[in-house]
Design a protein around this ligand. Sequence first.
Ligand SMILES: NC(=O)c1ccc[n+]([C@@H]2O[C@H](COP(=O)([O-])OP(=O)(O)OC[C@H]3O[C@@H](n4cnc5c(N)ncnc54)[C@H](OP(=O)(O)O)[C@@H]3O)[C@@H](O)[C@H]2O)c1
Length: 324
Amino acid sequence: MVIAVARRNTPKGKLMDLTSMAVIPLLLGSLGVFALFKLLQQMRMRAYLQDAVVVITGATSGLGKECAKAFHAAGCRLVLCGRNGEKLQELARELSGTTSHPKNTHKHHTVIFDLSDAKMVASAAEEILKCVDHVDILINNAGISYRGTILDTGVEVDKQLMETNYFGPVALTKALLPSMIQRGQGHIVAICSVQGKISIPFRSAYAASKHATQAFFDCLRAEMEPYDIDVTVVSPGYIQTNLSVNAVTADGSQYGVMDKNTMEGKSAGEVAQVVLRAVGQKKKEVLVTGLLPSLAVYLRNLSPCLFFTFMASRARKERKAKDT
Ligand SMILES: NC(=O)c1ccc[n+]([C@@H]2O[C@H](COP(=O)([O-])OP(=O)(O)OC[C@H]3O[C@@H](n4cnc5c(N)ncnc54)[C@H](OP(=O)(O)O)[C@@H]3O)[C@@H](O)[C@H]2O)c1
């Protein structure tokens, strides 16, 4: 006790006392500012999403379906798009019957079209604008994946991937943009992939379509800046959906296998919440993945040769595993 009092009276002790006296209020102050910032961010996000008209492609399953639930819960008015009318109607009914979000009394619309058919996309855009008058947020989510070797894959399969994952979203975006520009507001979202940043062997057509998507929407973001149109690109890693089951193979047939990586990925609901926050906070880009894929993205840019060596080794291992 005596020693402690004596220490407090030394210049060093007095300085320590002063520091601890200053640090605690500073810490509490910073926490308060942070909490206030978060609260304001939440309020701004809620106001941005409440009653917003949101178009979601690929709403029949996986991430699109979960996005529909998340944006419905946020109070949005939805236009659910896909190829299967029955599934879309079922989802619209399910959402309308959700009593846990009494603030959302909107009637959701459904529009059926195949994204890989350019003519259908153009008339779908007209139908969307007829249904809802304007679009606040377009979520380009629909997509297909691919498994195969480049040598075995016909160009028709490459084209199919590009039509669905690239030309379809590009056409729909171009068809809806003029009305957004006319209103002076709008938000375009592209669900891309980590494979839009790095290329993994035996996924050539998919990686190519996602690289093209990333490039297009990056250009769009810059070009839309004067019109106040926001562009968000979300690049997830593996998500637990039917993407690998629905993937096409080298001859165009369905792959039909639930891959281990996909099964162990993030849940679609979790990723949908990331999409909701990214849109609500008007983020320009979000990478939704674990440490290793994030490191791989950096490695591709910082040390391409090392990255290529890893990918060649991965290709060798996968080929060996398939042969045995
Ligand atoms: N799952 C992953 O690991 C993962 C990772 C990164 C990025 N992504 C991306 O996330 C997005 C959603 O995929 P998901 O994982 O949710 O897979 P999913 O469960 O297979 O859902 C794909 C959706 O796209 C629709 N679709 C496919 N081809 C279409 C076409 N020609 N026209 C209209 N709609 C079409 C499907 O509709 P139908 O019901 O009519 O087939 C379905 O609603 C895709 O862009 C995908 O590339 C997924």
